[in-house]
Design a protein around this ligand. Structure first.
Ligand code: UGA
Length: 440
């Protein structure tokens, strides 16, 4: 192991923690990952990713097996003792009212404080979890100081370094980011974190810890709003006989707007956008500000998945009909079912008396847990067999390349494309009734 490079501790090996840890190790930093789940720790030490993420497998093999730069442990004291910087990468789940629950973070801050109390070395604590503005310099700093009996800025460093990793692209997002944001309480804390990103060819923005926290929420909320906005335009365009694809292309070539996150469809899901927009809305409400924009973003996203059900309903009576959902994960290249639009679609179809089948190339086990009351199929062929209707829910490559002959065993001929990836003419010419969201 290299001794000249700062050593990194990662607390929490969820997808943010593990990807960040693996990528830091890949840059040559010695990394210790802490988790409370023994199975995860064992898997990581065998270089087996406990989550599905493109490229993580190969990267773990390199940094765990070949270079011995990353290892996982259940031992917090070992993690903190053997690290110069300690990244908190723990989840911040949603409460009923949309606000975030900080229990994992606060418990961890106390534990870290207790360990800091026993050592003399200067450590920098870095918050990577998504926390609402004011959390790092408020709750976390206070707990670290209380439980260590030490002073932030004097005895230990403190920073907030938000992540901008898209599932499925997390490794390339980490290694080649648009920017790195470091919110720091002082120069020393900033320098400690900035040195980790020295080799990066992107702007490194220094902010306060609260601004860094807000940048994360504002970025996710803006992207989510962009999606809800184009979905609104899609719904209006559809009624007016306009293809929203042409509209998005025309808008997206304006460099002030950009074409990214302008793909209309059945709405955004995942563990971040819905949760983060709700949390920012809750924060604004708590300070007496009613955010109409965030509220509308959420409202549009709530009804958007049901558009495809409405489209089928306008064509046939759903009661007793078999509907096959192609794709269940919230987006391609992941097995993540959190807040996946497929959940609302399946539930609405079932409430209308339809028999619902589902197939996802990767999200099989996770989908069976998230939507237990539909028929889960192991292949595309099994899903389409005897289906009256198919609804394309997640734009996996397997479905983008769908050919009419693969649908020969359907008993009906209705296709609804909720992700706008199918060629309408191809299926119309083969005798299918195909409707594409955002197109008349
Ligand atoms: C998102 C952000 O993009 C990351 O920058 C951020 O770090 C991450 O949340 C997080 O906070 O951890 P992710 O949830 O992995 O990443 O997924 P995205 O690729 O951003 O997609 C989110 C949802 O928006 C998906 O359901 C996707 O289908 C939908 N989407 C995306 C659209 O409907 N249209 C688009 O044009 C783009």
């Amino acid at each position: 192991m290299s001794s000249s490079k700062p050593r990194i501790g990662i607390i929490g090996t969820g997808y943010v923690g593990l990807v960040s840890g693996a990528c830091f190790a890949n840059l040559g930093f010695p990394v210790t990952c802490l988790d409370v789940v023994p199975d995860k720790v064992e898997k990581i030490n065998r270089a087996e990713p406990p989550i599905f993420e493109n490229g993580l497998d190969a990267m773990l093999t390199k940094v765990v097996r070949e270079e011995n730069l990353l290892h996982a442990t259940l031992d917090r004291v070992e993690t903190i003792n053997s690290s110069d910087l300690i990244f908190i990468c723990l989840p911040t789940p949603s409460e009923e009212d949309g606000s975030i629950n900080l229990r994992f973070i606060t418990e961890e801050a106390k534990e870290i404080g207790r360990v800091l109390a026993t050592i003399d070395d200067f450590k920098t604590i870095v918050v990577k979890s998504t926390v609402v503005p004011g959390t790092t310099s408020g709750v976390i700093k206070d707990l670290l100081e209380e439980y260590s009996g030490k002073k932030a800025g004097l005895d230990f460093g403190l920073a907030m370094n938000p992540e901008f990793l898209m599932e499925g692209l997390a490794i390339s997002n980490f290694t080649d980011p648009d920017r790195v944001v470091i919110g720091a309480i002082d120069d020393r804390s900033f320098q400690a974190v900035a040195q980790l990103y020295e080799s990066f060819d992107c702007p490194i923005q220094r902010t306060t810890t609260s601004a860094a926290e807000m940048i994360k929420y504002a970025s996710n909320s803006f992207l989510a709003t962009k999606i809800s906005f184009i979905n609104e335009i899609a719904n209006i365009s559809e009624q007016l006989g306009i293809d929203v694809g042409q509209v998005a292309e025309g808008m997206g070539t304006d460099s002030r707007i950009s074409s990214r996150f302008l793909r209309a469809g059945i709405g955004f899901g995942g563990s971040c956008f819905p949760k983060d927009v709700k949390a920012l809305y809750a924060v604004s409400k708590a300070i007496g500000h009613e955010s109409n924009i965030l509220k509308a973003t959420l409202q549009t996203n709530k009804t958007q998945p049901l558009r495809v059900v409405q489209m089928v309903n306008d064509m046939i009576e759903l009661k007793g009909k078999t509907v096959a959902l192609l794709g269940l994960a919230f987006k391609p290249e992941t097995d993540d079912m959190r807040e996946a639009p497929s959940i609302a679609i399946a539930s609405s179809l079932k409430s209308k008396g339809a028999i619902v089948k589902g197939y996802d190339p990767i999200a099989k086990e996770t989908a069976e847990i998230a939507i237990p009351d539909i028929i889960h199929c192991q292949s595309l062929q099994m899903a389409v067999e005897d289906a009256d209707v198919i609804i394309l829910v997640t734009e996996w490559d397997e479905f983008k390349n769908l050919q009419p002959k693969q649908l020969e065993k359907m008993s009906g001929n209705i296709i609804i494309d909720g992700r706008r990836v199918l060629n309408k003419e191809l299926f119309s010419n083969a005798g299918f009734k195909i409707k594409i969201l955002g197109q008349n």
